[in-house]
Design a protein around this ligand. Structure first.
Ligand SMILES: Cc1cc2nc3c(=O)[nH]c(=O)nc-3n(C[C@H](O)[C@H](O)[C@H](O)COP(=O)(O)O)c2cc1C
Length: 303
């Protein structure tokens, strides 16, 4: 090989290598300048929830924020067959383990909130998070990992803890759930971003709708104004002219702001939270709904 040719090859390789570095730099810059309005915020003591959180963040294109406890949990702290730290915290209603890092949640509309189940519910550090930052107006989509316990108990507890928050039903994952299962979860809530407006006592509210056949049919009959009757000091109801498709379940707990279908044509807006043994089909939820008082009221739903 001639000397000239060798120099030419070296120069070409240097230029190519330079291009590669530039691409790397741009990629890094893009990552730093995320414009995401969703974040996965999670606590994980032994890495199972962390693993799921990372997959959810990647698939939903969300930022990811770990809740790091000031005092990390050792395996002794987590030995739930003993009088361990985690057990003591869970048994102490006032326990609020400190969080080490400060986080900025202001730019996020949607928060995927992840945690392991500890004694049927969320670890107390999740309450520290809710105490420290203002989550009102944001959509919180809980997810958890556990040995076998479902997520419903912890979601009820979180809703009771702060009834003003818009906390979705969420989902439990096991350590080895497939990527498809995680994608399905993200899709459910993406579709769930449909909403309609409702006008009550001259105030306009947003109703975040469930993604089901009932809501699709309900949207089709809007706009509509109803004279809704008072019942039991906790709900307003009206019988619709049309029957809607149903998929009732025993939801156990009503949250103030829930909009439900009872039977196939009774539309109900609940303005108080309480336990119930009745079955309803979920239509949606109105954030920050005040006490609607004891009178019958005019309610206008707008698409
Ligand atoms: C103190 C403690 C209590 C637990 N309680 C439950 C429980 O009530 N139900 C359950 O299914 N798993 C329970 N587990 C198991 C964890 O939920 C499960 O291992 C979880 O995936 C751990 O997540 P992580 O690795 O992100 O910390 C408990 C674990 C600990 C440490």
């Amino acid at each position: 090989m001639s000397k000239k040719l060798l120099i030419l090859i070296i120069i070409s390789l240097t230029i190519l290598a330079g291009c590669g570095n530039k691409k790397e730099e741009i990629k890094k810059e893009d990552n730093m300048q995320t414009n995401n309005n969703s974040a996965v915020i999670y606590f994980s003591a032994t890495g199972t929830t962390k693993n799921v959180a990372e997959k959810i963040a990647a698939k939903s294109n969300s930022d990811i924020i770990e809740i790091i406890p000031k005092e990390k949990y050792t395996s002794k702290d987590l030995d739930y067959n003993s009088d361990c730290r985690a057990n003591k915290e869970q048994n102490d209603s006032k326990s609020r383990p400190e969080i080490e890092s400060t986080i900025d949640i202001t730019k996020y509309d949607t928060i995927y909130l992840g945690y392991p189940i500890w004694w049927g519910t969320n670890p107390k550090i999740i309450l520290t998070l809710l105490d420290t930052y203002d989550f009102t107006g944001k959509t919180i989509i809980p997810f958890c990992t556990s040995g076998s316990t479902g997520i419903a108990g912890s979601v009820n507890d979180l809703r009771n803890y702060n009834p003003k928050l818009n906390i979705k039903d969420g989902r439990r994952f096991s350590a080895n759930d497939s990527d498809e299962v995680i994608q399905e979860f993200i899709n459910t809530y993406k579709k769930n971003e449909i909403s309609v407006k409702v006008n009550i006592n001259e105030e306009e509210y947003t109703v975040s709708l469930e993604n089901n056949e009932t809501t699709q049919s309900f949207i089709n009959i809007l706009p509509k104004e109803f004279n809704m009757s008072e019942l039991n000091g906790n709900e307003k109801y009206v019988y619709l002219d049309n029957e809607l498709p149903t998929n009732p379940s025993n939801i156990k707990k009503i949250n103030a702001g829930d909009v439900m279908l009872y039977g196939n044509n009774c539309l109900v807006i609940f303005y108080k939270s309480f336990d119930t043994s009745y079955s309803y089909t979920k239509i949606g939820h109105i954030d920050n709904l005040p006490d609607l008082g004891s009178d019958n009221i005019m309610v206008k739903f707008i698409k």
